[in-house]
Design a protein. Structure first.
Ligand code: ATP
Ligand code: MG
Length: 424
């Protein structure tokens, strides 16, 4: 026997039994996003590595340690995408979607990060997201938040909290950075290695540290909200007013920074405490400088991404998975020469009854083994075609659920019979 080759560590097969939850998320999201006027965009799962370096930033965890990058045979350095925003912005610039226009876009698909695998954290994971372009106000940020909240309601998910913060304008943040670095330098002996490294590269990210020994020191650090310029303060106040006016619950988390340089003004996360450490199920914000950073004209932008894998875990935990439609009919064909006529009748039913879920037996086998399959399929009816039925142009309908009644009819009545039986 040869060795079995197994799936790559941190990557998973999603099996037929998993699909109820995935359809609920993917189909539900598509319907919701389109009902808000968002249009889908699909970009390749690989991009030039430079795109992610320039957008996400050289000194982020993602770019420093988590990307799957390789040299293509042609000499380009390519990476599997670790997130969706950079690609959407690249595609928007390249295809002329962003200049003097407003766009509401959504996407869905696999992302890749070489992280330590654990529950809710995988090396191939899936995101749903939205990106908007050309809208400067807090109104579009409120819309994004309302849309996500509606999604939780639609899914029946509970126990998800919205956290918000503002990072102000780029200038404000620069001044604040200096304050923060000065503060952390006064507390050098309390910083861990990660934070010492970030002190020079990305000091805001220290606020995000989960190290319990640093919590009190971080708590006492200067707060960005006490150092906001007037314009940023007004923008944030407008957003909060819209959220309040709509009864949207939230809490302000001054430590929410999302580390990336391209964010400005609003940042937000939807967080749950029911997934252990992997508690963030959706994260987003405003990123007005990114389009220009990637070579486009200055363009207002705001968006978010959700982690589908974590939402699947929540649907399971909260028992909110809805079963998809079951098979209506299992078609049993037993005996010589029954398959040809059986396939013909099955196709006729499919023609006449669009939306019918019909499984036609294939591969022969005894009547008894076929009936077992019919029962296991979950179908409410079995159609039974044997040699004598083919000869007499008849067919049997067997009720598999409520009673075990059986009905023999002429094949010419099949469509009308099935119509009335399945509607009732
Ligand atoms: P975390 O703090 O959990 O590492 P992040 O800040 O790296 O999250 P984002 O880059 O903001 O995550 O991605 C948006 C969402 O995608 C996250 O909130 C999460 O739900 C999901 N996500 C990110 N990385 C993974 C992963 N490795 N496996 C599963 N889901 C993930
Ligand atoms: Mg991460």
């Amino acid at each position: 026997m040869v060795d079995q080759i197994k799936v790559i560590r941190g990557m998973r097969d999603l099996l037929p039994a998993d699909m109820d939850a995935w359809y609920q998320l993917e189909d539900g999201w598509r319907q919701l996003a389109e009902s808000y006027g968002y249009q889908q965009i699909r970009t390749p799962i690989m991009e030039k590595t430079a795109l992610f370096k320039r957008s996400i930033g050289d000194v982020t965890d993602i770019v420093e340690k988590e990307m799957y990058s390789f040299d293509d045979k042609g000499g380009d350095n390519l990476s599997l995408r670790p997130e969706g925003t950079a690609s959407v912005v690249r595609a928007g610039i390249q295809n002329g979607l962003l200049v003097n226009q407003q766009q509401r876009l959504w996407y869905s698909g696999p992302m890749f990060r070489r992280e330590r695998p654990q529950k809710g954290r995988y090396r191939q994971f899936y995101q749903l997201g939205a990106e908007t372009f050309g809208m400067p106000g807090a109104d579009i940020e409120a819309e994004l938040i309302f849309m996500v909240s509606r999604f939780w309601k639609q899914l029946g998910l509970e126990n998800i909290e919205l956290q918000l913060n503002t990072l102000g304008t780029a200038e404000t943040r620069l001044k604040y950075k200096d304050l923060l670095v000065a503060y952390f330098r006064d507390h050098m002996n309390e910083l861990d290695d990660d934070s010492l490294r970030r002190l020079d590269t990305n000091p805001l990210r220290i606020l995000d540290s989960k190290n319990s020994k640093m919590q009190n020191m971080i708590e006492a650090a200067p707060k960005l909200k006490d150092n906001l310029d007037q314009q940023s303060a007004d923008h944030f106040a407008q957003l909060l007013e819209m959220l309040d006016f709509n009864g949207q619950a939230y809490s302000i988390n001054p430590r929410l920074v999302r580390g990336l340089d391209y964010y400005s003004h609003t940042v937000f996360e939807f967080v749950t405490n029911s997934l252990g450490a992997q508690g963030t199920v959706c994260a987003g914000g405003r990123y007005d400088s990114l389009v220009e950073q990637l070579g486009g004209k200055p363009t207002y932008a705001a968006g978010f991404a959700m982690g589908i894998d974590r939402l699947v875990l929540m649907l399971q935990d909260q028992q909110k998975i809805k079963a998809q439609k079951q098979v209506d009919i299992y078609f049993v064909m037993s005996g010589a020469n029954t398959a040809k006529q059986g396939q013909k009748l099955a196709e006729m039913l499919r023609n006449e009854l669009p939306g019918l879920y019909l499984v036609a037996h294939s591969g022969g086998g005894s009547f008894k083994s076929q009936m077992k399959k019919a029962d296991k399929s979950g179908a409410s009816l079995a159609l039974i075609l044997g040699e004598s039925e083919v000869e007499n142009s008849t067919i049997n309908i067997k009720f598999l659920r409520n009673d075990s009644q059986q009905l023999e009819i002429d094949q010419s009545e099949l469509v009308s019979q099935i119509k009335t039986l399945l509607i009732n």
